[in-house]
Design a protein around this ligand. Structure first.
Ligand SMILES: C[S@@+](CC[C@H](N)C(=O)[O-])C[C@H]1O[C@@H](n2cnc3c(N)ncnc32)[C@H](O)[C@@H]1O
Length: 231
C-alpha cells in the first residue's frame, strides 16, 4: 500500500466536479458486499492501488488515498454491530464521521435510523456515499462541511469507523468525540485498535474476527471491535 495521504494533502488536491467523480466511481469500481455485512452492497475497488493510479491519470496531480473504495475493518465492525443491534440507532438522528464509502451510514439506515448524515473531508467519498446509498435504498444526506471540532446540535448518535490510522486525525478525533459524548451525544466507534486508537475511556460493546485483504492489511483476518466513547 502506498503511504496514506493526510487530510491536509486531501484539501490541497485539485477539485474534481461531483458529476465527474460520480462517473469515475461507476467506471472504476465493482458492486460487492463487504465480508462482514453481506446485506450491504458497495461500489468497491478490487485493487485499491490500481484505482488510485487511475484517479491520478484521470484527474492529474497527487490524489488522496481512495479510502472510500474499501470498507475498512473498523467500519465493518461498527456496521455489523448496528445491523445486529438495531435498537441502538432505530428512530435516532445519526452522523457518520469519516464516512468513506458509507458502510456505517448505510448500516445505520438499514437498522432504522430516523435520519442519517455522512461527512467526509474527501470529495470523492462524498460522491461515493450517495451512489452506495442508492444501491441499498436508504436515504443518506452528505455534508461537505468540516465538522471535526465543531459543536453539534444535541442528541445525535455519532458514529466513526476506522479513523485512527493517522496521528494528527486520531488525536483531534478522540478529543472531539469525547467532548460530544460529554455533551450528551451517543458516540460509538469501530476500530481494529490501530496504533493511534485510544487506550482508555471506552466501554467495549462487541468484538468480531473479520476477514481482511492483505492488499490493505497485514493479515487475512483481524479482530475489530465496537466501543461507546465515555465522556
Ligand atoms: C479509513 S477511512 C474509513 C471509512 C469508513 N468509515 C469505513 O470504515 O469504511 C477514514 C475516512 O476518514 C475521512 N476523514 C479524514 N479526515 C477527516 C475529517 N477531518 N473530516 C471528515 N472525514 C475525514 C477520510 O477521508 C476517509 O474517508
Amino acid at each position: 500500500m502506498r503511504e496514506a495521504i493526510t487530510p491536509e494533502r486531501q484539501i490541497a488536491a485539485g477539485h474534481v466536479p461531483a458529476a465527474e467523480a460520480r462517473a469515475f466511481i461507476i467506471r472504476h469500481t465493482t458492486v460487492a458486499a463487504p465480508p462482514a455485512c453481506p446485506e450491504i452492497s458497495l461500489r468497491l475497488a478490487p485493487d485499491l492501488i490500481a484505482l488510485w493510479e487511475a484517479m491520478e491519470t484521470t484527474f492529474g496531480g497527487v490524489r488522496p488515498t481512495p479510502f472510500w473504495a474499501h470498507a475498512w475493518v473498523g467500519g465493518q465492525a461498527l456496521a455489523r454491530y448496528l445491523l445486529d443491534t438495531p435498537a441502538v440507532v432505530a428512530g435516532r438522528r445519526i452522523l457518520d464521521f469519516g464516512a468513506g464509502g458509507g458502510v456505517v451510514a448505510i448500516a445505520a439506515g438499514k437498522a432504522g435510523a430516523a435520519t442519517v448524515t455522512a461527512c467526509d473531508i474527501d470529495p470523492m467519498a462524498r460522491a461515493a456515499v450517495p451512489l452506495n446509498a442508492e444501491l441499498n435504498r436508504v436515504p443518506v444526506e452528505v455534508v461537505a462541511d468540516e465538522l471535526l471540532g465543531r459543536e453539534l446540535e444535541s442528541d445525535l448518535v455519532v458514529l466513526a469507523g476506522d479513523v485512527w490510522y493517522e496521528r494528527h486525525l486520531a488525536e483531534r478525533a478522540t478529543l472531539w468525540l469525547r467532548r460530544l459524548a460529554a455533551g450528551g451525544h451517543t458516540v460509538l466507534v469501530g476500530d481494529k485498535r490501530r496504533a493511534f486508537f485510544p487506550k482508555s475511556g471506552l466501554e467495549p460493546l462487541a468484538m468480531f474476527e473479520l476477514a481482511t485483504s492483505t492488499d490493505v492489511e497485514p493479515d487475512t483476518s483481524s479482530p475489530a471491535g465496537v466501543w461507546r466513547v465515555q465522556p
